[in-house]
Write a protein that binds this ligand. Structure first.
Ligand SMILES: O=c1[nH]cnc2c1ncn2[C@@H]1O[C@H](CO)[C@@H](O)[C@H]1O
Ligand SMILES: [Zn+2]
Length: 386
């Protein structure tokens, strides 16, 4: 056997492997203890629990509702404690630190500035506080021996009517920490075309955007996001599976939209655990990621909301490794896909792939050669069928 990387990665290797995260909500990733402290400091009395451990469990259980609308109700509590400059900067700094400690080397973290104006901040002050926090978190991570780069995506809420204003904000800060735009919130009843003016504006500015589509609503939402709005990437996009037929003999037929998504290499931001909670997928084993990976769609793995899902990038990969027997090669494939799909300039993406991601995986692959004498041989996926 060669070092052909058919070994199933261990938890420790998954943690150390360089990872790239494109879909993570700032207001969905707070540390439970931070929510409790900020609530106390700001006099917010609406928390359902004040013990951090119990509060973490409450978020996971409340989000585990089987419906996107109910899942989204939990964000009222996190947004309530993110209304001051200090709170926003703290949450952003801790986000960067937590991602770096989880082995994430590049992240695009999104939030909706319009949800942080309740105590008088302006949209600009919100963006500047979050940017400041990300820079501080990157600095602290570096002190702890981790390297991470974090870019912000500004989200507009799809039920509201501020998308153009938020798109303009994203454009204004494009050279200072904001790498793109997104729309989020309840999908059914709020098609992306409601915000066409924002997307057309960003296209005219040669700027980038992703759209939450194909999560709680199916193909029409994906079709609009791509063919009317011109999205560069799809947030979730799992329902593209509805345009793929698998026959009893295992042969696969792609419809026009699924073919378009695959042919044009449209990146899909998969968030497996979140999908299980909102009912977008029934189980890890039945999650469309298995088939879509075999069909070589441009897939990426993401967390969506670390607090509500009790997850992080390593845990998402652990589930996938366990369920689909993914190897380090698969992990590298997802990670390179994500880096290729990031919104930073091409030369910087390439440098991350060549100088950080590939060497990181090569080092992990080489390690089993130097394993202690007597250690068991790595599991070889290709030998399973022999
Ligand atoms: O999976 C999701 N689908 C749609 N909207 C979401 C999802 N996760 C979070 N948000 C929404 O995005 C806002 C800004 O970060 C959050 O406040 C939440 O309402
Ligand atoms: Zn999301």
């Amino acid at each position: 056997m060669t070092s052909e990387t058919t070994t199933l990665p261990t938890s420790e290797q998954i943690l150390r492997a360089p990872k790239v995260l494109l879909h993570d909500h700032l207001d969905g990733g707070l540390r439970p203890a931070t929510v409790v402290e900020l609530a106390r400091e700001n006099g917010y009395e609406g928390l359902p629990e004040t013990d951090p451990e119990k509060l973490g469990i409450w978020f996971r259980e409340a989000a585990d509702s089987g419906s996107l609308e109910r899942y989204l109700e939990t964000f009222a509590h996190t947004c309530a404690v993110m209304q001051t400059r200090d709170a926003l900067a703290r949450v952003a700094a801790e986000c960067a630190e937590d991602l770096a400690a989880d082995g994430v080397v590049y992240a695009e973290v999104r939030y909706a500035p319009e949800q942080h104006l309740e105590q008088g901040l302006t949209l600009e002050e919100v963006v500047e506080a979050v940017n400041e926090g990300f820079r501080e978190g990157e600095r602290r991570a570096r002190e702890n021996g981790h390297r991470i780069r974090v870019g912000a995506l500004l989200t507009a809420m799809r039920h509201a009517a501020r998308a153009l204003e938020i798109a303009e904000l994203a454009n204004r800060y494009r050279d200072t920490g904001v790498v793109g735009f997104d729309i989020a919130g309840a999908e059914a009843g709020y098609p992306p075309t409601r915000h066409l003016d924002a997307f057309e504006y960003l296209k005219r500015e040669n700027n980038h955007f992703t759209i939450h589509a194909g999560e709680a609503f199916g193909l029409p939402s994906i079709w609009q996001a791509l063919q009317w709005c011109g999205a560069d990437r799809l947030g979730h996009g799992v329902r593209i599976i509805d345009d793929i037929e698998v026959a009893d003999d295992g042969s696969v037929k792609l419809g026009r939209l699924a073919s378009y998504v695959r042919d044009k290499r449209i990146p899909l931001e998969m968030c497996p655990t979140s999908n299980l909670q909102t009912g977008a997928a029934p189980s890890y084993a039945e999650h469309p990621i298995g088939l879509l990976r075999r069909l070589q769609f441009r897939l990426t793995v993401n967390t969506d909301n670390r607090l509500m899902s009790g997850t992080n990038m390593s845990r998402e990969f652990e589930h996938l490794v366990k369920t689909f027997r993914y190897t380090l090669d698969d992990m590298q494939w997802f990670t390179v896909n994500a880096m290729k799909s990031a919104f930073i300039p091409f030369d910087e993406r390439l440098a991350m792939i060549n100088d950080v991601i590939k060497p990181g995986y090569a080092e992990l692959r080489a390690e089993w050669l130097f394993r202690p004498q007597g250690a068991t041989a790595p599991v070889n996926r290709s030998s399973d069928s022999v």
